[in-house]
Design a protein around this ligand. Sequence first.
Ligand code: SF4
Length: 441
Amino acid sequence: MLPVVDARPCPDPAHALPRVRREDVGEREWLDWRWQLRHMLTTADELAAVVNLSAAEREGLAVSRHLFRTGLTPYYADLMDRDDPACPVRMQAIPRAAELEIRGEELRDPLGEDHHRPAPCVVHKYPDRALFLVVDRCAIYCRHCNRRRLVGGDDPPTRDELEAGLAYLRRTRRIRDVLLSGGDPLLLSTPRLDELLGKLRAIPHLETIRIGTRIPVVCPMRIDDELVAALRRHHPLFVNTHFNHAKELTAEARAGCERLVDAGVPVGNQTVLLRGINSSVRSLRALFRGLLRMRVKPYYLFQGDTVIGTDHLRTPVDAAIELYAGLRGWMNGMAVPHLVIDAPGGGGKLPIGPTYLVERRPDAVVVRTYRGDLVEYPEARAGDCAVAYDRVFFAGVPDDDDREGSAEVGEAGGVGAIDPPGAPAPAPSGAPGPAEPAGRS
Ligand code: SF4
């Protein structure tokens, strides 16, 4: 079994009514990420020690065990508004009973990943990149998680499964980029993560390694000197994190991100557009400007995926486009992420947004500016765009292998297939299923 940080409930009987508020804990404990993970809040009683739970939250907590685990670090809980249940931190972490309302078109596997599993821990959908699912736990269980079918289990990947994943990545030479995900890869112990990254870095055709993690948001103290020293051994390495609201941009989060950036690790951010949480122009601008100040590049703004039990958190597409029109042009372009729909069934990330091209003519196009003015852009006269020097520069270099991911293992869809494409969600059942790792973060 893979060694992950011990995040079991604290066996200390004093933890029955937990000391999890910042003011009740010494600074040394509070800044110890292992303490944070050992003291994750998972029950209504524990949450009630931190906030005044509303009736809707209590109801959500009562039913959520049938849907998706609850859990968050004391650090993240400390960001909650004690009295207002509309707090964006509360809404991301504390379940509501609306999660029980599952629509027919909602999916357990909205991104069609389970059909592209050539090895137990690998998702290979796109031609030149793959997901490596190295752990199945998180430091928060987000109510909008698109892989709620998979995270929070008690059956993390085994060493044999990880070795099988590494073997697939080694023999599939068209994979240039691997994204470590899960669950949260930064929940692996630093030596184990270092070992895994070393094995990946030893694969000659892997050009870049990425890590998807929500640790900078929910447990930034995890980004300590030991971790940073380990990461910088494996460049080029990138981190993608997942801030959703400016309330999450604390001094600690900033320090964690800056430690990564100072070590030469570029940090990008993926935000999920969440109705009532960040679905206002003011909220998105504050988030993206704040990220840029922390040297974190806003990368994607996702429409919510059609995952079971999350309809109440999704934003209508028209509303998303209108919000986006309030970003592009109104703020530094580096702070503006791509607004995308991750197509159900695995079609990939598709950019959406306002229409700026309003008319096409042979001699010109008419475009609309961010302020709504119409401007004519004259067309170029010549249309042949071939690059003559390509013949020289790429002499002897084979064309990209653009086959769909995991084509090498045949048309069977790899191993671990669960739903046929577009399969409707099953009825909710018991506690979160064990086993297969996952996560947007
Ligand atoms: S995988 Fe990412 S989005 Fe899902 S619960 Fe974990 S941290 Fe949240």
